[in-house]
Design a protein around this ligand. Structure first.
Ligand code: GDP
Ligand code: IMO
Ligand code: MG
Length: 422
């Protein structure tokens, strides 16, 4: 069974935790888009791991983890992740495979990302990791790929051409001195040597694995509403975060995908700028942020919080072909007297039940809420669906019916064991 797992909101839904659990049954775990703008948290035996590029299945000692062609790789970040994991006693060795075709983030991508953001009047809230500029170079056909780091001649020529153009832009547009060829060239050839034995044709590797009936789990990063096409553009990331991205970003044909699982928080969060119709007032937002520890796993920025937006979540189910839902952070709602779900928006007297992509509408839309009775915090963590408070079950039952997808997992805490399987 080949499963794609995607975030259904604006990222940070708890994908890392769910991937870790599903990895127990998979043979291969594949990141297929995004880069180290992602921060996927896995908590095992009270130890917290945050993965930025490494697939979140790596803690399972016998699994192969792939970074697919659709990912943009900052080699220094990946190297640090590998070293940190090895310091924790985790053996990675040949378990990590990196696509020859994955594009590489260079220092000029990172700096450009940050400089462009400072110049924008309407900021995106980028993580500043160079993701957007790296994908832009890929599409512009001047990107540098992992395979290029293995070939000094190719790297030299591409880097020279790029710096000739980019240094002019840095100087003239941004008043920045630009970059030294020698320094970058040496550093990146070094990464080529470091990663050489892991760089391979991951598309063929995965297709061969599929032929041998191995199970592949595709780990989406970010979330549906950060998708470059379907997200709240321009407040999005630069990759295809929806399920279709799994095929493009790995080289596995759509005919081999068996199921798409959506991960969704029991409420909504967003980091960075952009419209957020169900956002809480700043006072209530602060309370929920603290209860849910809603601070970015990559940048540490406070996450904006709001009620569950079923207009968005329903669009997610449709766009991704989601048949199963993993609902996370149910425990954060414990003890709230009332819980709300947005089922439609109103803008200028018009009611929207389908997600409106017009920025003006989303920015000014007033949510229409359905209210649910809250539930008290129990002295113990529920370990089965039966043990959930009846009001929590009502809430989940509504979400299941409204979103027209089965709930197969309910998460009530950050650890592996705080998970109810249905
Ligand atoms: P991802 O980017 O989708 O992998 O999510 P993040 O790791 O960025 O953010 C999710 C945060 O919520 C992490 O700190 C997780 O440890 C934590 N988390 C995941 N599931 C639950 C849950 O059910 N309850 C609580 N309280 N925390 C959770
Ligand atoms: P995971 O995989 C939440 C947001 C940033 C910013 C916008 C663009 O952990 O869910 P970028 O760095 O791509 O230029 O940022 O997207 N963003 C995320 N928000 N979770 C993420 O990843 C995110 N990756 C990017 O905050 O608003
Ligand atoms: Mg995250």
């Amino acid at each position: 069974m080949n499963i794609v797992l995607v975030g259904m909101q604006w990222g940070d839904e708890g994908k890392g935790k769910i991937i870790d659990i599903l990895s127990a049954k998979a043979d291969y775990i594949v990141r297929y888009q995004g880069g180290n703008n992602a921060g996927h948290t896995v908590v095992v035996q009270n130890k917290e791991y945050i993965f930025h590029l490494m697939p979140s299945g790596i803690l399972h000692k016998d699994k192969i983890c792939c970074i697919g062609n659709g990912v943009v790789i900052d080699p220094a970040v990946l190297l640090k992740e590998i070293n940190d994991l090895q310091k924790c006693g985790l053996h990675i060795g040949k378990r990590l495979k990196i696509s020859t075709l994955a594009h590489v983030i260079l220092p000029y991508h990172r700096i450009l990302d940050q400089l462009r953001e400072t110049k924008r009047t309407q900021k995106i809230g980028t993580t500043g990791r160079g993701i957007g500029p790296c994908y832009a170079d890929k599409i512009n056909r001047c990107g540098i790929r992992m395979v290029d780091l293995l070939n000094p001649g190719v790297l030299r020529q591409k880097l020279r051409d790029n710096l000739n153009e980019k240094n002019e832009i840095f100087k003239k547009v941004y008043g920045n001195p630009g970059f030294s060829f020698e320094k970058i060239y040496k550093e990146y050839l070094g990464y080529g040597r470091e990663f050489g034995s892991s760089i391979c044709d991951t598309a063929m590797l995965l297709n061969e694995a599929h032929r041998r009936r191995k199970e592949v789990l595709f780990e989406g990063a970010q979330g549906t509403f950060l998708d470059i096409d379907f997200g709240t553009y321009p407040f999005v990331t630069s990759s295809s975060t929806t399920a279709g991205g799994a095929c493009i970003g790995s080289g596995i044909s759509p005919v081999h995908i068996d199921k798409v699982i959506g991960v969704v928080k029991a409420y909504t969060t967003r980091v960075g700028e952009g419209p957020f119709p169900t956002e809480f007032s700043s006072r209530f937002g602060k309370i929920v942020r603290e209860r849910g520890s809603e601070f970015g796993a990559t940048t540490g920025r406070p996450r904006r919080c709001g009620w569950f937006d079923a207009v968005m979540a329903r669009a997610s189910v449709i766009l991704n072909g989601i048949s199963e839902l993993a609902i996370t952070k149910m425990d954060v709602l414990d003890g709230m007297p009332t819980i709300k779900v947005c089922t439609a928006y109103i803008y200028k007297g018009k009611r929207f039940t389908a997600f409106p992509h017009d920025f003006e509408v989303i920015k000014n839309a007033k949510p229409i809420y359905k209210e649910f009775s809250g539930w008290d915090k129990r002295p113990y963590k529920p370990s089965s669906y039966r043990e959930l408070h009846p009001h929590a079950k009502d809430y989940l039952s509504f979400l299941k019916d409204h979103l027209r997808a089965k709930i197969t997992m309910v998460s009530v805490g950050s650890s592996r064991q705080d998970t109810i399987l249905l």
